[in-house]
Design a protein around this ligand. Structure first.
Ligand SMILES: Cc1cc2nc3c(=O)[nH]c(=O)nc-3n(C[C@H](O)[C@H](O)[C@H](O)COP(=O)(O)OP(=O)(O)OC[C@H]3O[C@@H](n4cnc5c(N)ncnc54)[C@H](O)[C@@H]3O)c2cc1C
Ligand SMILES: NC(=O)c1ccc[n+]([C@@H]2O[C@H](COP(=O)([O-])OP(=O)(O)OC[C@H]3O[C@@H](n4cnc5c(N)ncnc54)[C@H](O)[C@@H]3O)[C@@H](O)[C@H]2O)c1
Length: 481
């Protein structure tokens, strides 16, 4: 019977950012690939259906509304609230543009075998779906993650949304309670405030975006407060006493009540491998339900790997891309690359955007690396002056060499920026960081005036020291001419 089982070079479970990329690349490399997802509508994963794409389209719509209001200072008055149904139609229309390249029919036309249903492992290389068993030489679990639920008393009576269903809203809530102040809560909270809701964010920790340096988060917090959001930091929702009333407990101080209309839960993600029967494939899971992984994204079964959110490390669409590239390299190379986030970057698409790249300060300290912390606000940056974002902030961690030898490279080990368009402005810093270029490459550039990226050079120029020895050399050289 065994020879009647269809055989594939690769079986991928989950057709999100990680699974799609892997399946398409491996098919182009002439491998036989089987890609599995639960429903046809799920293909594209969270990024297309419930995450990056709809959230960024919502942010775009809210920015238009916000900018229209900002024009009041030039005498152009606009009033009223946004039409939520039209906003969500716009969101859906953006997804519809991408979906033709992320659906089963398209993938089949590219040569990928696609099966829709609930898969389970039935052996070390075998997966069963819809009553049929398939065998894979290698298999990848790319089943993503799902939103963590807010488990507090009374939650069942509240209109609580998360990123799975918030895109179904057709009416703007007058008062929105956002629980969680990570990238998801901050992005959506600001967008809804700009559309006309009164938004309150309740965040566990002492600041928004806890993965950022405190100086960077503070700028964002100030901007959100200026736009009228209410922030309760170091606080948590302890219960709901009615469908529109939450009890909130600050770490210090007395519990208080908050009235709202709907809630948005953005308290992180959890992975789940329910129904996959990983044990039948010899894939070990730890006590927290996470697959035990080695540094190559390999599991306890040498032919089964994990990619994307399912790996339970940094959860980004381009994190899934990093995993996919690593796996593809290792599938074909006798020398195996290890997973490495040293040059990883991300952007939170609030306004101002928050960009983050390379090693942050806790990591530099943990590794005992020698570095200097260079930072500046944008008060004296001409582009920030004319475009009204002098509140921006840039932070760089610069390698500190042991001996001050003139001309030696000082690498940019990491950094962050908060400013409008920060995600684009830091791209040259990310290139320098990821390709080992030094600050002199930024220093030596001549930037068109007044591009926003000149701030990168300004921070470096501000730290250029002329030592007494260099001064002496300059004096001699000048007099010799
Ligand atoms: C609101 C929000 C905004 C975001 N914005 C950004 C952003 O701007 N930039 C960014 O880089 N990242 C962003 N992310 C993160 C990004 O969406 C995820 O990191 C990315 O989608 C992970 O890709 P993945 O392939 O691992 O998982 P997913 O995209 O979730 O795909 C997993 C797939 O597996 C399928 N699946 C699950 N279980 C099974 C099963 N048992 N059998 C078969 N198939 C299964 C699912 O149906 C799904 O299609 C955002 C996330 C959220 C929540
Ligand atoms: N622009 C982007 O790239 C982008 C945007 C949105 C989401 N994402 C990704 O999606 C994933 C989910 O985002 P997220 O913001 O939900 O997750 P997160 O884990 O990054 O942040 C969740 C936040 O909620 C807080 N929190 C947890 N429990 C809480 C509680 N009970 N009450 C109040 N606060 C609580 C945490 O302190 C944390 O700051 C993340 O991995 C993120 O990287 C990325």
């Amino acid at each position: 019977m065994a020879d009647s089982i269809p055989e594939f070079d690769l079986i991928v479970l989950g057709a999100g950012s990680a699974g799609l990329g892997l399946a398409l690349f491996m098919t182009r490399a002439d491998m036989r690939v089987l890609l599995i997802d639960r429903t046809a509508e799920d293909v594209g994963g969270d990024c297309l259906n419930h995450g990056c794409v709809p959230s960024k389209a919502l942010i775009h719509a809210s920015r238009q509304v916000h900018q229209a209001r900002q024009a009041a200072q030039f005498g152009l008055e606009v009033s009223g609230k946004a039409d939520m149904a039209k906003v969500m139609d716009y969101v859906a229309s953006r997804q519809a543009i991408i979906r033709p390249h992320e659906n089963p029919d398209y993938l089949r036309r590219q040569g990928v075998t696609v099966e829709i249903g609930q898969p389970k492992f039935v052996g070390r290389h075998e997966v069963e779906i819809n009553g049929q068993t398939y065998q894979g030489r290698k298999l990848v679990v790319a089943t993503g993650s799902r939103p963590r639920q807010l488990a507090v008393p009374g939650a069942e009576q509240v209109r609580l949304y998360d990123n799975q269903h918030v895109w179904d809203l057709r009416e703007l809530p007058a008062r929105l309670l956002v629980v969680g102040g990570g990238p998801n809560g901050a992005e959506l909270g600001q967008a809804m405030q700009r559309l006309g809701s009164q938004v309150t964010i309740v965040q566990h920790g002492p600041r928004l975006l806890p993965h950022e340096d405190a100086s960077i988060s503070r700028v964002l917090e100030e901007r959100l407060l200026a736009e009228g959001l209410t922030l309760h930091l170091n606080a948590e929702v302890t219960s709901f006493s009615s469908p529109t009333h939450a009890r909130i407990k600050p770490t210090q101080g007395a519990e208080f009540g908050l009235d709202f209309d709907i809630g948005y839960v953005a308290i992180g993600r959890q992975v789940s491998f329910e129904g996959l029967e990983l044990e039948r494939a010899g894939v070990e899971v730890d006590d927290d339900g996470h697959i035990r992984l080695d540094e190559h994204l390999g599991t306890s079964n040498p032919d089964i790997f994990v990619a994307g959110d399912a790996a339970n490390s940094l959860k980004f669409s381009h994190g899934a891309e990093l995993h996919m590239r690593l796996l593809v390299f290792n599938f074909f190379s006798p020398i195996k690359k290890k997973l490495n986030y040293d040059h990883f970057s991300w952007v939170t698409f609030t306004d101002p955007e928050v960009a983050h790249f390379g090693l942050d300060e806790p990591e530099l300290q943990k590794r005992g690396l020698r570095y200097e912390r260079w930072e500046t606000d944008f008060a004296d940056d001409d582009r920030a002056v004319v475009d009204d974002y002098q509140y921006g902030r840039l932070l760089l961690f610069i390698e500190k060499n042991r001996l001050p030898i003139p001309g030696q490279t000082r690498r940019i080990l990491g950094g962050a920026m908060v400013a409008p368009g920060a995600g684009e402005l830091v791209q040259e810093l990310i290139l320098a960081n990821s390709s080992g270029l030094g600050i002199s490459e930024i220093f030596n550039k001549v930037y068109p005036y007044p591009v926003g990226a000149r701030i990168n050079q300004k921070l470096i120029v501000d730290h250029q020291e002329i030592t007494p020895l260099m001064q002496l050399g300059l004096d001699v050289a000048y007099k010799l001419q």
